[in-house]
Design a protein around this ligand. Structure first.
Ligand SMILES: NC(=O)c1ccc[n+]([C@@H]2O[C@H](COP(=O)([O-])OP(=O)(O)OC[C@H]3O[C@@H](n4cnc5c(N)ncnc54)[C@H](O)[C@@H]3O)[C@@H](O)[C@H]2O)c1
Length: 193
């Protein structure tokens, strides 16, 4: 198994792509920390992995709240061991036509998608730098390929011995909000609550 006994943290692991990453990592032998804003769904994913003979535990956190991320990172290290892989997956994909985008929506997107990734990278590196090893994966998006690029560029420049990648491939359609519609070119459009 490719990840035998590696400790992997996945943010937003309680649903969607994050839950799929948790299951895939556990199937490869990793000890998985399923972290999410939604404690219950993170717990369900961890329980499901354990029922399939994998190793997983759940932690609640808000990626944009430093204190919750650092507390979870410390607890994970104490219970599962120092982190080898950190996936900054938690994010929101709320779409609004530009002139209808409110300050609140703008702030929320930047807070979770950008600040959350920044805090996650620091929490991961605090455990990886002393050991001079580790892998960080930052989820990006098809429509915003640049979202994680500044962080990725900084990490590439400053943390040369570590790997920080932004995934920006084709979209993964797992569900669509009723008010979203596909516009020509395959893009999703419309406001999402
Ligand atoms: N599905 C796609 O095609 C697609 C396209 C572009 C980008 N992405 C990105 O991939 C990632 C996962 O997408 P998804 O479709 O699985 O999303 P999703 O909404 O299904 O799941 C996101 C998970 O993150 C959690 N979460 C949200 N805010 C959080 C916070 N502040 N702290 C901790 N957890 C939080 C949610 O509870 C949820 O479990 C996101 O970063 C998203 O922007 C996905």
């Amino acid at each position: 198994m490719r990840l035998q006994d590696k400790v992997a943290v996945v943010t937003g692991g309680g649903g969607g792509i994050g839950a799929a990453i948790c299951r895939a990592f556990a199937a490869e032998g990793a000890r998985v920390a399923v972290t999410d804003l939604r404690k219950e769904t993170a717990g369900q994913v961890a329980a499901e992995i354990r029922a399939a003979a994998g190793q997983a535990e759940a932690w609640p956190l808000d990626v944009a709240e430093r204190v919750t991320v650092e507390r979870a990172a410390d607890e994970i290290a104490a219970r599962l061991g120092p982190v080898d892989i950190w996936v900054n997956n938690a994010g929101i994909s709320r779409v609004a036509p530009f002139m209808e985008c409110t300050d609140d929506l703008w702030d929320t997107i930047l807070r979770i998608n950008m600040k959350g990734t920044f805090i996650g990278c620091q929490a991961a590196l605090r455990q990886m730098l002393p050991r001079q090893r580790g892998v960080i994966l930052n989820m990006s998006s098809q429509s915003g390929k640049g979202r994680q690029q500044p962080i990725r560029r900084l990490l590439r420049q400053q943390i040369r011995d570590h790997r920080a990648d932004a995934i920006a491939g084709a979209g993964v359609r797992q569900r669509r909000h009723p008010r979203q519609r596909v516009v020509p070119g395959g893009r999703l459009d419309g406001a999402v609550e």
